[in-house]
Design a protein around this ligand. Structure first.
Ligand code: CA
Length: 229
C-alpha cells in the first residue's frame, strides 16, 4: 500500500484529503506543522508528499527543496493562490505538480494516482544490477559507456556521456549550469559555464527527435536543466 504524507495546517482540509485518499486505498499520515512535516519527510519512507505551501513555521517551499536534495519521491504542492503556483514553478524547486485550493477530491485522487504510477514506472525502469539506465527510448549502459536511442547506438564524448548520465540518474531534479559544471568538469569556479550549454545542445542533437521540443532534457528558463521522466 502506498504511503502518503500530508503536511497541512488546516485540519479540516487535511482530514478531507486524508479521507478521500484512504477511500482510494492509500495509507495516509498527517502533520500539521512544517517543521515536524519536514523532519518526517526526510526520516521516513513515503511514496508521495502532499505539501501545503503556506505553513506557519517551515513552509512548503522549504520542505520541497529539502526533500529534493535527497529524494525523488513525487511532491504535490497545494496552494490557495494561483499566483503562488506560477511563482513556485519559476523557482524550479522540483515539485511534480501543483493543485489550487479549492480542488475537487476526485481531481486530487486522480493526480496522486498518476504521480504514483509514473514514479513506480521510473523505479521499475531505473538502474538495474548491470548498471543500465532505461528511460523511454533512451538506454545508457554505464558499465560499457554506450548510449542507444530507440535501439540505435549514438557516439558520445566523455563529458557528454557523463553529463547525460548524471542528469538521467537524477530525474526531475533541476540543476543550475554552475552545479552541472562543477559536478562534471570538477573544476569549481574555473572555466566557462557556457560549456554546459554547448554540451546540452550536442546531447540533444543525438537523443532528441526534435531539439526544439526536448523530450528528455528540459530547459528551466533562468535556472538550468532537468531530466524529464
Ligand atoms: Ca496553510
Amino acid at each position: 500500500m502506498s504511503r502518503i504524507l500530508i503536511v497541512e495546517d488546516e485540519m479540516t482540509i487535511a482530514e478531507l484529503e486524508k479521507d478521500y485518499l484512504e477511500l482510494s486505498g492509500f495509507d495516509v499520515e498527517i502533520e500539521t506543522n512544517g517543521t515536524a512535516g519536514l523532519e518526517r519527510s526526510l526520516r521516513e519512507d513515503f511514496d508521495l508528499f502532499l505539501l501545503d505551501l503556506m505553513l506557519p513555521d517551515t513552509d512548503g517551499f522549504e520542505i520541497c527543496r529539502q526533500i529534493r536534495q535527497v529524494k525523488n519521491t513525487p511532491v504535490l504542492m497545494v496552494s490557495a493562490k494561483k499566483d503562488d503556483i506560477d511563482k513556485i514553478r519559476g523557482l524550479g524547486l522540483g515539485a511534480d505538480d501543483y493543485i489550487t485550493k479549492p480542488f475537487s477530491p476526485s481531481e486530487l485522487v486522480a493526480r496522486v494516482k498518476a504521480h504514483l504510477a509514473r514514479y513506480e514506472r521510473l523505479i521499475g525502469c531505473g538502474i538495474s544490477a548491470n548498471d543500465v539506465i532505461e528511460i523511454r527510448g533512451l538506454k545508457i549502459d554505464k558499465t560499457a559507456r554506450r548510449v542507444w536511442i530507440n535501439g540505435e547506438e549514438k557516439n558520445f564524448t566523455t563529458k557528454e556521456f557523463d553529463l547525460l548520465t548524471f542528469l538521467a540518474q537524477n530525474p526531475n531534479h533541476v540543476f543550475t549550469k554552475e552545479e552541472l559544471f562543477s559536478k562534471i568538469w570538477d573544476m569549481e569556479s574555473i572555466g566557462d559555464i557556457a560549456t554546459v550549454t554547448v554540451h546540452i545542445k550536442k546531447i540533444r542533437e543525438k537523443i532528441e527527435f526534435n531539439t526544439a521540443k526536448p523530450q528528455y532534457i528540459e530547459t528551466i528558463w533562468g535556472v538550468g536543466y532537468r531530466f524529464k521522466v
